[in-house]
Design a protein around this ligand. Sequence first.
Ligand SMILES: Cc1cc2nc3c(=O)[nH]c(=O)nc-3n(C[C@H](O)[C@H](O)[C@H](O)COP(=O)(O)OP(=O)(O)OC[C@H]3O[C@@H](n4cnc5c(N)ncnc54)[C@H](O)[C@@H]3O)c2cc1C
Length: 441
Amino acid sequence: MKTDVAIVGGGPGGSTLAMFLLREGIKPVIIEKETFPRYHIGESMTGECGGVVRALGLEEMMLKHRFPVKWGVKVWGPSGQNPWFVPVMKRTEAGELQETFTWQMRRSDFDKMMLDEAIARGADFVQGQATEPLLKDDGSVRGVRVKMADGGTQDIECEVLVDVSGQARWLSHTGLTNRAVLGHYAKQVAVFSQVTGAIRDEGKHRDDTLIFYKRLVHWAWFIPLDDETVSVGVVSPGTYFASKKESKRDFLVRELRELNPELSRRLPEINLTENTRAILNYSYEVYPFTGKGWMCIGDAHRFIDPIFSFGLYVTMKEAQFAAPAIKAYLEGAHRDEPNPFAQHQALALSGVDKYQDLIDGFWSEPYAFAYLVHRKHPDYAVDLFAGRVFNNDPNPALEGMRQIKQHGRKWWEEEDGNWWEEHAPTASEPITIDTSPEAPR
Ligand SMILES: Cc1cc2nc3c(=O)[nH]c(=O)nc-3n(C[C@H](O)[C@H](O)[C@H](O)COP(=O)(O)OP(=O)(O)OC[C@H]3O[C@@H](n4cnc5c(N)ncnc54)[C@H](O)[C@@H]3O)c2cc1C
């Protein structure tokens, strides 16, 4: 089999890439090892992720599937009182902030919808597991070997090979690029399932995301998936999970009862309707993630932390950016350069590095972060949460996060002492983020 572009992974990143390539007149092949629908975690979109869905012309289909509509995120502090609300907002052409909505979705349904749509629009599909990249003598990619569902092997020749294999990090594992370096939140564990019978807000905000903060790097999510079902998950240090010596299920149930008073109130009974699953070591970085005839997109090269639901957006936005870069390459651009996709790599990093600063700022000083988000620069913070990070626009909220990361809370206390006395008298528990080992770049 011969194709211009082979995409390894038929998740949302792979399907998005296929659909944007088809718009460029390129017919790709998607290789997927699992049979869809299949379970996946990652059920809440940012505002700009909804923007990518709309750019693909899928808003009507999302509404037809009745994926829950998300207007914002409410974050509850450890006492279970006075939540902060971050609305989903877009920028109009005139640059004004305007209310909009995005979606929550059961990933088995969403991922199948996306893959089916990519195939319906013209992508070829191969059910099988990519096992190794095939290389030319000069080290550039010439194809991919696939173990087919029936046990046989197929070599697919391609000009460009794209790894969108998620946390499997397929190309990194094959040795085409470096091994992953642990990220700042690699020592965390997430334990999650789904419940029915939860108490939700009434009206428009019924399907919003709720975040319950317990202490540093220890929190829970509550993401509505349909009228009945809510995805719930607890994230904590791995050492805390290990110290409890409980099964995943027992750990989750007890944590849901104890973690935060407001979360306990919303779960009068805990009826788990899904298996309880856990993910460890989900924070990492692979670099470089582009090269001669290949690139990695989304989780295949980096995942930072699930706290603000950036994962889907990053993979889908990178896929959107990748399509014109691949088209230019197929037409001959940058072919003689050591890394023909260096510009794409820089663009992807320009956004994801900002998320790193945002998340590091949050975890190193949550109260200083709240000060920035709710008092000092709320509009700019809304831009960051929505996903408007792949640009060079100055963002004072982001600069503030970087100050927090560098100097801690002190800098902000000096800035506005009254606010601190009122809101965060003693509760801040700064941690030092473990930034070692450093990524090799
Ligand atoms: C605890 C946790 C909570 C999260 N919550 C959120 C959230 O609320 N919102 C959000 O936006 N993100 C969230 N994420 C991140 C989100 O899950 C991912 O960013 C997203 O799924 C990435 O999409 P993708 O298409 O790149 O990869 P995936 O969705 O992982 O898809 C990759 C596909 O590749 C296939 N594959 C893998 N290897 C091969 C191979 N060798 N050959 C063929 N096929 C292969 C897999 O079967 C899979 O279908 C969360 C992550 C974690 C760990």
